[in-house]
Write a protein that binds this ligand. Structure first.
Ligand SMILES: Cc1cc2nc3c(=O)[nH]c(=O)nc-3n(C[C@H](O)[C@H](O)[C@H](O)COP(=O)(O)OP(=O)(O)OC[C@H]3O[C@@H](n4cnc5c(N)ncnc54)[C@H](O)[C@@H]3O)c2cc1C
Length: 146
């Protein structure tokens, strides 16, 4: 379930395998298809040209990007209307292994607003923290709290 040295090695190695460096901190504001190739425009004024663009932005963000020619039909409807689920995480620092005393499992799927709780372990299997993970309606309830 883990990559030796940390899961971030996976995207780092993928980035290292690219011929040109990954451009970071760029906000794409427009993607235009031209007769020959594609142009990508960023908010800092930079532009990129290529034969093709593979765009993997979530639809919630893609809605704000100018696409030329624009999406149409069912594709446009999907980008415009696809709903996304809210997620709220609460991270708890653990002072002592209370689950060894109370008889309850450390992982829990509950019907409480915190929903799912599970441990984060370091490379030696030591529990570092607990993560509570609430989706959908529970996330909405938590977000509405002060
Ligand atoms: C809290 C949380 C925990 C999760 N845990 C898991 C898990 O344990 N296992 C699992 O399988 N899935 C998990 N998921 C789901 C998983 O993270 C997503 O399904 C996945 O990351 C979606 O990938 P993506 O490339 O479509 O979008 P994202 O990972 O959201 O990538 C979109 C990228 O686009 C960038 N971007 C946004 N706007 C612009 C713009 N205008 N210009 C340029 N770049 C832009 C963003 O910075 C981001 O890097 C989790 C999600 C959340 C929120």
């Amino acid at each position: 379930m883990h990559i030796k040295g940390g899961n971030s090695y996976l995207p780092q190695q993928m980035a290292n395998a690219l011929k040109s460096p990954v451009q970071r901190n760029k906000i794409v504001e427009a993607i235009r298809s031209r007769e020959r190739g594609v142009e990508v425009y960023c908010t800092d004024g930079s532009q990129y040209q290529a034969d093709y663009a593979v765009c993997t932005l979530p639809f919630s963000v893609l809605r704000q990007v100018q696409i030329d020619p624009p999406f149409s039909g069912e594709q446009a409807e999907a980008v415009r209307e696809l709903p996304y689920t809210m997620v709220t995480q609460v991270h708890l620092k653990v002072r002592r292994p209370f689950w060894e005393e109370d008889g309850y499992p450390i992982r829990m799927w509950t019907d409480s607003v915190l929903e799912l709780m599970f441990p984060q372990q370091d490379g030696n299997g030591q529990v570092q923290s607990l993560v509570c993970w609430a989706n959908g309606d529970s996330a909405k309830k938590l977000d509405a709290m002060s």
